[in-house]
Ligand binder design. Structure first.
Ligand SMILES: Cc1cc2nc3c(=O)[nH]c(=O)nc-3n(C[C@H](O)[C@H](O)[C@H](O)COP(=O)(O)OP(=O)(O)OC[C@H]3O[C@@H](n4cnc5c(N)ncnc54)[C@H](O)[C@@H]3O)c2cc1C
Length: 397
């Protein structure tokens, strides 16, 4: 089945065309890279930077800055189609093109946008998000220890950044990190600001590249900021306005992550169907056994529920204005969408491994790669428990 008929869900022919184009490109160009990326934790940097040649960089960036100016829904379908054929590549694309660039588009000053957005569009800039720290994960804002203090000795127009960031996707290859740091530590989470941090700044270094169980092929690192001097013009949003920047795109980003998960889940079903048809036991294909058929039917049904909820939420968040999300019903609904998608993906890939038997337990099998990728979707971008807390807090208001 692989390619969904988006008209069934009320989407347009143009959105189907975007999906189909990215599907074909990813099948031909990105899928062949999967095995090496996973085995060697190899990032195909050149292929990533030349995505602009097929219109897949700067998708959320307006044409005035050299971007594609696509809508949110089109970006969601890019994420789904790319992640179907190469999930880690899709995740890396999401991190830079959506999460980092999109927040800069929404919140940065005009001068800053003109300075850096063209680089996101032509592949010269890869972006990352720097929020989590060794001591600040789920409580990212409250426990944040990284500081950006106005330099009292100069003209007061610079900040000096000190601290460490942990688990930063694309950290070792990024030129711009959307970096969160405390500009007014006394104010707690209300004293956090966002910066477009240039990794060529003195005092920045990659402390370690982390060896992960999944998402192998896009580098994840611990980063160190040691007396890094950053001009105030690099602020994204107002000083102490970091929470607003974070919240402005959060609901959209979380829903877009669900499309990444749908791509992974659909691939798990399709390769399980193929395997069940060719694997013979007791003199026949295991697809003939009704217990195996039951697993496949469950996988299909679970994916249907992921699509129904995620496609619906995408329509609800696609034109959220700055300040329109991060609280209230839409915050609860997008958290529920992500909680459901992460859990359901884990069920789907678990069932996929089951259909593959011992082969599914072998690291180099594709279903095993998808299983290892799937677990992150219950942890990253807010764990299942944090998603539950957001939902319960809204319910109990
Ligand atoms: C591969 C990978 C890529 C990542 N990429 C990025 C990135 O690009 N940028 C970035 O900033 N971060 C990134 N992260 C970090 C990710 O967002 C965090 O790992 C996640 O938010 C959880 O934080 P933690 O790992 O510190 O877990 P912790 O917060 O220490 O949580 C540990 C456990 O305690 C539970 N827990 C914590 N608090 C509560 C509570 N109040 N109630 C109930 N349970 C609770 C959690 O749910 C979890 O089960 C990445 C992580 C990974 C693994």
């Amino acid at each position: 089945m692989t390619q969904p008929n988006l008209a069934n869900y009320g989407f347009t022919d143009e959105q189907q065309q975007v999906y189909d184009m990215v599907y074909r490109f990813s099948r031909d160009e990105l899928h062949p890279l999967c095995a090496k990326m996973d085995r060697e934790d190899w990032f195909p940097e050149e292929r990533f930077r030349t995505l602009h040649e097929v219109g897949l960089l700067g998708t959320s960036i307006p044409e005035a800055y050299g971007g594609q100016g696509l809508g949110f829904l089109e970006q969601c379908f890019i994420a789904e189609a790319m992640s179907y054929w190469n999930p880690t590549f899709g995740a890396g694309w999401l991190g830079t093109d959506s999460i980092c660039a999109h927040n800069i588009v929404r919140n940065a000053s005009e001068d800053l946008k003109q300075e850096i957005l063209p680089g996101f569009c032509d592949g010269s800039i890869i972006g990352a998000l720097g929020m989590t720290e060794p001591g600040a994960g789920s409580d990212a804002l409250g426990s944040m220890a990284t500081t950006a203090i106005r330099d009292g000795n100069g003209d007061g127009d610079d900040y000096i950044i000190n601290g460490r960031k942990m688990f930063i996707t694309m950290g070792p290859v990024a030129q711009i990190i959307l970096l969160y740091a405390k500009t007014d530590p006394e104010k707690g989470s209300r004293g956090v600001s966002a910066f477009a941090f240039d990794t060529r700044t003195d005092g920045f270094k990659v402390a370690q590249v982390l060896d992960k169980m999944g998402w192998r092929g896009i580098p994840t690192a611990e980063l160190v900021f040691d007396d890094c001097r950053v001009p105030a013009s690099r602020l994204v949003g107002p000083e102490n306005g970091g929470v607003g920047v974070l919240m402005s795109g959060l609901n959209m980003e979380r829903v877009m992550m669900c499309f990444h998960m749908i791509g992974v889940a659909q691939r798990a079903l399709d390769i399980s169907l193929e395997y069940a048809a060719q694997r013979k036991q007791f003199g026949q294909a295991i697809a003939n056994f009704q217990l195996v058929q039951g697993i496949l039917a469950d996988m299909y049904t679970d994916i249907q529920s992921m699509r129904a909820l995620s496609y619906q939420l995408a329509k609800e968040v696609h034109d959220l204005k700055v300040g329109g999300g991060g609280r209230g019903e839409i915050h609860m609904r997008s958290s529920a969408c992500m909680l459901h998608a992460g859990r359901t993906l884990m069920k789907v890939v678990d069932n996929g491994v089951q259909v593959h038997g011992g082969t599914g337990y072998i690291l180099e099998s594709e279903i095993n790669q998808l299983y290892r990728i799937g677990k992150l979707m219950e942890i990253g971008a807010g764990t299942n428990q944090i998603r539950q807390i957001i939902i319960a807090q809204e319910l109990l208001k």
